[in-house]
Design a protein. Structure first.
Length: 42
């Protein structure tokens, strides 16, 4: 069990990085859309 612990943590970290990246992109998308709408208003 001990020898398998570090690779498991590395794999879990990679999965969380991927999920976090997509979550961040989805969270930023509406803000970027609002910014584009404001830019064309003026």
């Amino acid at each position: 069990m001990r020898s398998n612990f570090r690779p498991n943590i590395r794999q879990a970290t990679n999965i969380f990085l991927v999920i976090g990246t997509f979550a961040l992109a989805l969270k930023i998308a509406p803000i970027a859309e609002l910014y584009q709408e404001k830019k064309f208003m003026y």
